[in-house]
Design a protein around this ligand. Sequence first.
Ligand code: ZN
Ligand code: ZN
Ligand code: FE
Length: 760
Amino acid sequence: MQSSITSNIITVKGLVQGVGFRPFIYRIATRLILKGNVENNNDGVLIRIEGKNEVIDEFLVLLHKEAPVASHIESVNVEQTSFQNYQKFEIVKSKDTSKEVTEISPDIAVCDDCLKDLKEQSHRINYPFINCTNCGPRFTIIRDLPYDREKTTMQEFVMCQTCHHEYTDVLDRRFHAQPVACNNCGPVYKINYQGVELSEFPEVLNLAAQIIQEGQILAMKGLGGFHLACDALNSEAVVRLRKLKNRDSKPFAVIFRDINAVKKYADTGETEEISLSSWRKPIVILKEKQPYKIPDSVSNGLGTIGVMIPYMPFHYLLFEKLKTDAIVLTSGNISDEPIVISNEDAEKKLAPISDGLLTYNRDIYNRTDDSVVFISNEKERIIRRSRGYVPNPVRLAFNAEGIFAAGAELKNCFCIGKGQQAILSQHIGDLKNLETFNFYKETIAQFNKLFRFEPTLVVGDMHPDYLSTGYVKGLNIPGLFVQHHHAHITSCMAEHRLDEKVIGVSFDGTGFGDDGNIWGGEFFVCDMNDYERVNHFEYLPIPGGDKVSAEPWRMAVSYLYKVYGKEFLEMKIPFLKDIPSEKINLLLQAIDKKLNSPLTSSAGRLFDAVAAISGICTVNGFESEAPMRLEAAIEKNNFENYEFSLNGIISFDPTIRGIVNDVLSGAKPSVIAARFHNTIISVILETVKTLRKERKLNKVVLSGGVFQNRYLIEKSENILIENNFEVFTHSKVPSNDGGIALGQLAIAAKRRSLGIFIKS
Ligand code: ZN
Ligand code: ZN
Ligand code: FE
């Protein structure tokens, strides 16, 4: 029997735009001699295809099997249609340019085929900028749309004949790979060292490797910005880098030769390995293997290490020349400034704090840091969302067209709405830094241009002093201001396309509350539009206000004073002897007189207090050091709890008493850390159980910066599931303030749809 010819319309949804999907479809269709066409539509790719039934079946198999690495197919729908008698297969250009807006791919780590070409293709032997349609720079080099070479920072490089041939041959892996280049026509590296400049690549590479291997510091241009690099296994080099960077004791990220090298130093599970080796190539936070083999100065005794593996061709070539398995690769910046992206700035700011400077002559247009993730409950959780993730949109269940969400202040990231998509900016940073605030404004302008975005509604945080709030107020566009922790919860809801009443648990460091106090230990019953604050941690003064972010011991004094009055001074709690008694007395006076002692219900501040009382950390060398050390200290398999009180509001007076008793009786800090964490988890469980009973709600949403604590998120999620709750946690955007713009956007979209703009 003759097989029949059918005509089909295939709709592919998911992450299929801007990732070389249409040329891929073209290649498999022509390989199978099928006729028809392919085009992008609003939320996916549309394929019209004619041929024998069994060949179309084969086509559908290849569609999944050989899809470009950066694509992600969510659904494939096949519909039969009437016979069109197509004569060939072609790629149809999208007619409506507004539909092209999502066609910007994040940067993609160099692919295996290119790594092979790197050793085999005569014009690309060891070419450090090798790329193809499946890999290479994208977002970092795009100036404008459509995504053509002239609109990227590759514009000035004229393709040689060979490259041009590959670029125009639809069957070639480099067909329309905009950054295509080779040793004869593309960008080149150069290196400056002790007054000498080298530009022959083999020499450049040898010198770069020599600088690192000899324990010196190399400033090197990466994909989205500069890095400072040194041998991670050379303790002296790491200590010196820390000194030269002249800042804090924040852990350094480390790039390893390959996944096998990683395994020698850190514990990896299957999901960790998937994240590490994905095309996004983020920094993955891993547990260090004991006994620790990485010098202490890398992570400062946190017991974890931020790890990545090579993603630029240069990284691979560099490791070929190196003996060491691991290099520190930390952002090339000065204190809190954004990472340096231009060669001129590197010359000015990084050359003085490094021994060698490695640059190349292609510009970075969109600054992106390395992204940071961790794995818990087999899910990837993002802490810093930038290279490899941005500008992938988050798909929404509602229309957010024209909404600009300004984000918060620390770890800022903003968000724009295009149709049913939310496009979050890359990690911007702390807006209080002037350079960072300029980066914020520049990036907003770049996003407006790139995504053809014109805001018609703007939304910011209620905090009157956030620079992002001020920015929103300065725009002459209708705006609204939303509560910080409501936005945290709706951010997680938007990720999961939830649009109903839920129980929201927002544990955070800070955030402006409706009553003018600083919130952060909040239980809400809320929906996208509004919230009710049904419970929260008891208010305590923060003596010295903002100073607490550097001196968590202040919060310990506040809690001890609340629980014991002045008696605590006689109690011989070890950490107190490190703090001058005049300082403590001043603090107590400030609390009594309510001088610069704002009230807070923040969970983050409670963690600060406990870290100090238990003697784990009294002064922060970097942001959130105290809670991070408290988490790192947790004793395994300890399921004990402290008491707490849930009469009315949530009081930790009994918890503090329990901790102090433990400290005075010489309990190990690791035991205190475990008992305290378990207590917080019990508070969550007990509170949401009560709310379930009272409000008949079963969906629990967890968000806020405190849920970056791996122990807390993992155990809370598990225990809530065991108790038959439906639990929603973040994985696409950070639970910290880097994800809050998504929540702001969601609230604004909801209120707009309801015709409510300003909450009284
Ligand atoms: Zn490639
Ligand atoms: Zn070429
Ligand atoms: Fe927050």
